[in-house]
Design a protein around this ligand. Structure first.
Ligand code: FMN
Length: 314
């Protein structure tokens, strides 16, 4: 089984990926938060920084593109190839209102003829293997069989399925029956993504689907960065979070933006500490970096971590 870190805008940027890999090895590929090509056909300073040469890091990362224009996708694919990447991912999952209104992300699932035409053009010319990250549909999982029929027409390197529909955003049940449908009907290799928060859950997915399958984990790995490397030890987690803060402080040229970035992480991380509600409330509210540091130190030094559920013995 391959393990992928999900792309998460505002969380899994280049700094995070490098440090996460250094502290907590065990992720086979890091999918990058989406890049959205513009008509200007150039990368901004930030995009340049977020798309380092593939060989400048010692782990595999996969760029993700959010667009409905095949020309823009192919332009971005060539840039990624020039930078040494060996795969490019298409975002057909983003549920954001503004993205969907433009027919991008999961908005591409509204008009299946256009999706088909997009893929036809992309697969005719792509300089790189293409993987696709998709939802089951916009409104109802019943949309998925027709969507899968389209994906089955193309040699997609890996179809990453987040078994929710757009209107659920990241909430509510994942539809495992429809994922099982994908397992039996997909012509392309599959990856499962959604609500995996422990090794025990990954294990039961493996038991239910013994065929070759990759898994992609997002929030679970933000909350438990060491989930795939033997568990998250508090001392290591503290060093990791401190180095993350210091690196952002140096990169952003200030502490406040670095602190706000880390608060995003803490919105998931705090759920793993027993009795953290009061300190999390203070952490969320503070605008003072020294207070932020003091509260996080108090969490690390006084609160126990929730023990993850044990993986059943074979
Ligand atoms: C804050 C946030 C940012 C995200 N950014 C992206 C993104 O840039 N591209 C993408 O395909 N999915 C993005 N996602 C979706 C995740 O990749 C993933 O599909 C989702 O969190 C479900 O997986 P999980 O339950 O393991 O977290 C984002 C999700 C969240 C919560």
């Amino acid at each position: 089984m391959h393990y992928y870190f999900a792309p998460m805008e505002g969380l899994t940027d280049s700094v995070f990926r490098r440090l996460h890999h250094q502290y907590f090895p065990g992720v086979d590929r890091y999918y990058m938060p989406f890049l959205s090509p513009t008509v200007h056909r150039s990368l901004s300073h930030k995009e340049e920084r977020e798309l380092p040469r593939a060989d400048s890091v010692d782990f595999r990362a996969v760029p993700q593109i959010l667009t409905k224009s095949p020309e823009d996708f192919l332009w971005a694919a060539q840039i990624c190839r020039d930078r040494g990447y060996d795969e490019i991912n298409l975002n057909v999952g983003c549920p954001s209102g503004t993205v969907v209104a433009k027919g991008k992300g999961s908005g591409m699932l509204r008009d299946l003829d256009s999706l088909d035409a997009f893929l036809e053009e992309v697969f005719r010319k792509t300089p790189l293997p293409v993987s696709v990250k998709t939802r089951l549909g916009l409104e109802s999982p019943e949309e998925f069989p027709a969507i899968l029929e389209i994906y089955n027409r193309y040699p997609i390197r890996e179809l990453i399925v987040h078994p929710r529909v757009r209107k659920q955003f990241y909430n509510g049940d994942v539809d495992m029956e429809m994922f099982a449908y994908a397992v039996t009907h997909s012509n392309n290799p599959l990856c499962y993504n959604g609500n995996l928060f422990s090794l025990a859950q990954i294990h039961s997915l493996q038991t239910r689907f013994p065929q070759p399958l990759s898994v992609m984990i997002g929030r679970g790995l933000i909350a438990d960065p060491g989930m795939l490397s033997g568990g998250t030890n508090i001392a290591l987690l503290e060093r990791f979070m401190n180095e993350l803060l210091e690196t952002y402080e140096a990169d952003f040229g200030g502490s406040r933006n670095a602190m706000f970035r880390l608060k995003e992480h803490w919105s998931y991380l705090h759920t793993r500490f027993i009795g953290c509600e009061r300190l999390w409330k203070r952490l969320r509210k503070t605008t003072d970096v020294s207070e932020f540091r003091a509260i996080t130190a108090e969490i690390f030094h006084t609160l126990p971590l929730i023990e993850p559920k044990k993986v059943p013995a074979e």
